[in-house]
Ligand binder design. Structure first.
Ligand code: ACO
Length: 331
């Protein structure tokens, strides 16, 4: 039994921060950011907004669009590295906020691969035959861990997320194959050092800015291109497909140059690559579901189309997923 996506949605905070706004906060320029990353603007939360607020709006929209009641949900998975709290989970907050009285759930920490990891996890719950409706959300409030004194990093990220509901498919459509990977030896290159059990929050840890995300951008760049291209190519090969057979490639939106290089290595022509990093920046677990919902809303995907997802993120974590699109809802 395959799992298929029966509804998509996304949400971003109302506030927009442009590159020109960032010029006032840090020594950077609109020209540098656009030419090195492809980003023009990003959405950022207001002071009283957190990941569960964005997730709850996504969850309510998914339920409304699908025409179900919240108690029909079996499971809620939220991919995020910026939960409201260590505990309770963001999934539990969403469950409460939407009144999903029959659902259990959990948060999944895989950084930019969080949504693909969540889809894989949710799909296997569907395949077990025990679960019929699994909500998978990818969301991040990256501004909560950004250091606006670190210009290499703070210009890249934004806040937002998206989600889907997975349901069983008795046809050979839906999520047809995936390859997921992890290499913990890359952990030091993209890390939030403080605030956990290794460096608990103290006045000293906060003063030394340990609670912000830190990265070695060049190393991450290199591994991201290699990782996304390798697994995507392997996934295509083992399904006897080439880049030409893919109707839409939806890569994680980290940097336009990473996206272009990955697509080229997979033999996917630029017109089949979804790029929206210019409007959202890197929303970590949010990028793929935001892009997927935009593609669905703009009728860029038709029944029978092959859609290829690819992600790379902290951990290192990465993966690729092949979907044969089937939009008809399970009755
Ligand atoms: N504004 C202006 N100048 C800057 C900025 C900035 N915001 N940031 C760095 N620079 C300067 C550097 O100081 C350097 O100056 P120098 O030559 O005088 O030393 C120059 O620009 C070039 O810096 P590089 O680090 O070589 O720039 P690069 O082209 O590698 O771009 C970037 C940096 C954007 C971080 C890139 O390496 C990148 O995107 N890496 C991937 C990181 C990433 O995606 N992380 C997100 C999480 S993981 C993921 O999503 C895959």
């Amino acid at each position: 039994m395959n799992a298929r996506i029966t509804v998509t949605s996304h949400n971003t905070p109302d506030n927009v921060m442009t590159n020109v706004d960032l010029e006032k906060l840090v020594d950077t320029s609109d020209e540098w950011i656009q030419s090195r990353t492809g980003i023009v603007q990003r959405h950022i939360v207001s002071d009283d907004e957190a990941s569960s607020d964005i997730s709850t709006r996504i969850a309510k929209s998914l339920i409304k669009k699908r025409g179900i009641s919240p108690d029909q949900l079996d499971l809620i998975i939220v991919g995020t590295v910026t939960p409201d709290h260590f505990t309770p989970s963001t999934a539990a907050l969403v469950q409460k906020n939407i009144g999903a009285s029959n659902a259990w759930g959990f948060d999944l920490s895989a950084a930019c691969s969080g949504f693909i990891y969540g889809l894989e996890t949710g799909a296997n719950f569907i395949s077990s035959g025990k679960y019929n409706k699994v909500m998978v959300i990818g969301v991040d409030t990256m501004t909560s861990i950004l250091d606006y004194q670190d210009r290499d990093t703070c210009v890249i990220f934004g806040d937002g997320g998206g989600g889907v509901i997975l349901e069983p498919s008795n046809k050979k459509s839906g999520i047809v194959d995936s390859i997921l990977r992890m290499d913990g030896s890359g952990g030091e290159y993209l890390i939030v050092p403080g605030g956990g059990s290794r460096i608990p929050s103290t006045e000293a840890s906060v003063n030394s800015r340990q609670h912000y995300i830190k990265q070695d951008g060049k190393t991450v760049f290199k591994y991201a291109v290699k990782g996304m291209a390798e697994v995507s190519k392997k996934l295509l090969d083992r399904n006897n497909l080439s880049g030409d057979d893919i109707a839409l490639f939806i890569p994680h939106q980290a940097n336009k140059r990473i996206i272009d290089a990955s697509a080229e290595r997979c033999g996917i022509s630029p017109d089949k690559v979804l790029i929206n990093i210019d409007r959202y920046g890197n929303t970590t677990a949010g990028t793929i579901p935001i892009a997927l919902n935009e593609a669905v809303s703009e009728n860029q995907i038709n029944d029978g189309d092959y859609v290829l997802l690819a992600a790379f993120g902290a951990g290192f974590t990465w993966g690729s997923m092949l979907i044969k699109w089937d939009s008809k809802w399970v009755k």
